[in-house]
Write a new protein. Structure first.
Ligand code: CUA
Length: 308
């Protein structure tokens, strides 16, 4: 039996067990009815073979069908609400960036600490994974947490959970992604909070994620156009994160992580109203990890920095 090591695990197991029991009951009932009817109505038996009474043929039939419908609707609501709950992370969740590539998992903590194929996490805190692939579709799968999410190139996928038990848990890739798919594994090490902060403090790099982004902002030349007092007319990025941005082709888009990533990789798709589509794409200039750092830097600018 795989341990239940996240808040999600107990919920998923409850749904799974309940569905198994319900299916088991239906299977047993059907088997019993098939055997019973085979015996009673076997050839030559003296069973009644006249039409059913109207009450049984109509009312019982209708109520049985309606009851089954509601049973299925309940199962749908129960499982779906559990899934939807897994999508929207609480605002104070700790953000871990995950970059999948053939064939490894790269993790980065908010303070800039990087790990490959290993992820250390504190017990009892809400963790929000922001995941993207650098090449093909992968799938992040942690059996002990009962979590699985496809990780796609070009867009962020998210998961959130609370790890409940200290321990070491396997990570698998659950989407065939090439030759070494089977060895694209890793482990999540859940520690109690004080061990985790100690672990993190020992490895803290000089710069956190946002500071790494700020350095890149200079190195890639972003500041040349977006910096204060630049000659080229480009939007000032202070406080842009979390705001609703008016677009040149009409409408608005909230400047969340996905928008900021698009603005770097596909700058001419959603141009800000009042500006020309002049910016080149930085898709080949920056890796997904560097884009994560740039986005973290943009999110750290200005008043709405707290909102992802
Ligand atoms: Cu990555 Cu399979």
């Amino acid at each position: 039996m795989i341990p239940e090591a996240s808040t999600e695990a107990a919920r998923v197991d409850a749904i799974f067990v309940a569905l198994c029991i319900a299916s088991g009951i239906v299977v047993m009932l059907l088997l019993a009815l098939i055997m019973g009817f085979s015996l009673v109505y076997r050839r030559g038996s003296k069973a009644k073979r006249k039409p059913l009474r109207a009450l049984v043929a109509r009312e019982v039939e209708i109520s049985w069908t309606v009851a089954t419908l509601f049973a299925f609707l309940f199962a749908f609501w129960w499982a779906t609400s559990a899934q939807i709950n897994g999508l929207k992370a609480p605002a104070n969740a700790m953000e871990i960036h995950v970059v999948a590539k053939q064939w490894m998992w790269k993790f980065q903590h908010p303070n800039g600490t990087r790990e490959i194929n290993e992820l250390h996490l504190p017990q009892g805190s809400a963790i929000r994974l922001i995941m993207i692939s650098q090449d093909v579709i992968h799938s992040f799968y942690v059996p002990a947490f009962r979590l699985k999410q496809d990780v796609l190139p070009g867009r962020y996928a998210e998961l959130w959970f609370v790890a409940t038990e200290p321990g070491i848990y396997r990570v698998h890739c659950a989407e065939f992604c090439g030759t070494d798919h089977a060895s694209m594994t890793g482990r999540i090490i859940v520690m109690n909070r004080s061990d985790y902060s100690q672990w993190l403090a020992q490895r803290a790099p000089q710069n956190d994620l946002a500071a790494q982004g700020e350095l890149l902002f200079g190195r890639l030349g972003c500041a040349g156009c977006h910096g204060a007092g630049s000659v080229v007319r480009a939007p000032d990025l202070t406080g842009v994160a979390g705001r609703n941005v008016p677009l040149a082709h009409g409408g608005f888009r909230r400047a969340d992580g996905a928008y900021l990533r698009d603005a770097i990789v596909l700058p001419n798709r959603d141009v800000v109203a009042g500006y020309a589509a002049e910016m080149p794409s930085y898709q080949d200039e920056a890796s997904e990890e560097e884009i994560n750092a740039l986005v973290a830097y943009l999110q750290s600018l200005g008043v709405e920095a707290a909102q992802p």
